[in-house]
Design a protein around this ligand. Structure first.
Ligand SMILES: [Zn+2]
Length: 203
């Protein structure tokens, strides 16, 4: 049978995804929020605590969505064995390249059509490195001087760190020397009492 290897591979992948999703109970999505947080009620929970849990759950949902999308595509490709159109591009009805089906048995479109489908998305993604999508502060790009941002951003961080690099002038004048000496005092009053103490000491 034509595409028998692809069919077996698709069935195998479908079973794997279904197994993973059952094992992890859809990545915890089906396990209620209270169950996950170990709280009997969310009534007395601080919103910030809840936000962390919510974030975790949204991540779970994201993972689950990814698996769901993949499962959907695999099922769809398998359905084309039933209707006799497996290996035919859904978009242009031309045969999908054999090498493509070998590399990706769940392919629903030929290479040219897939490019056309992905093009608008790629255009959006090309504007910034794709990694930035998964980065969060403090690792995400926060240099917003071109925008109208007033918070401590990435460039401010750099400037603060760069200022640490200023080498202290060892040939400092007496004034600067005194200034440095006085750095240990909490306020001026402490300095006065200390000077008085020193003044009354026997030579
Ligand atoms: Zn096509």
């Amino acid at each position: 049978m034509a595409f028998d290897a692809q069919r077996r591979q698709l069935i195998k992948e479908r079973n794997q995804i279904q197994h993973i999703m059952t094992e992890t109970r859809h990545f915890g999505v089906e396990t209620g929020m209270m169950n996950m947080t170990g709280e009997l009620s969310s009534y007395d929970q601080h919103p910030a605590d809840q936000a962390t849990e919510l974030f975790e759950r949204e991540k779970d949902l994201g993972l689950s969505q990814h698996e769901m999308n993949r499962l959907f595509q695999v099922e769809r490709a398998l359905s084309h064995f039933a209707d006799g159109t497996y290996g035919t591009c859904e978009r242009c009805q031309q045969p999908i390249e054999a090498a493509r089906l070998e590399a990706e048995p769940a392919a629903l479109n030929c290479i040219a059509c897939q490019r056309a489908i992905d093009e608008p998305l790629r255009d959006v993604l090309a504007r910034r490195p794709v990694e930035e999508e998964v980065l969060e502060v403090p690792f995400a790009r926060t240099n917003m001087d071109d925008a109208d941002a007033t918070f401590f951003d990435g460039e401010d961080t750099w400037q603060a760190l760069a200022s640490m690099n200023n080498v202290v002038d060892r040939s400092a004048s007496e004034d600067q020397h005194l200034h440095r000496e006085n750095n240990g005092y909490v306020d001026a009053l402490d300095q006065v009492s200390n000077q008085q103490y020193k003044a009354q000491l026997p030579d």
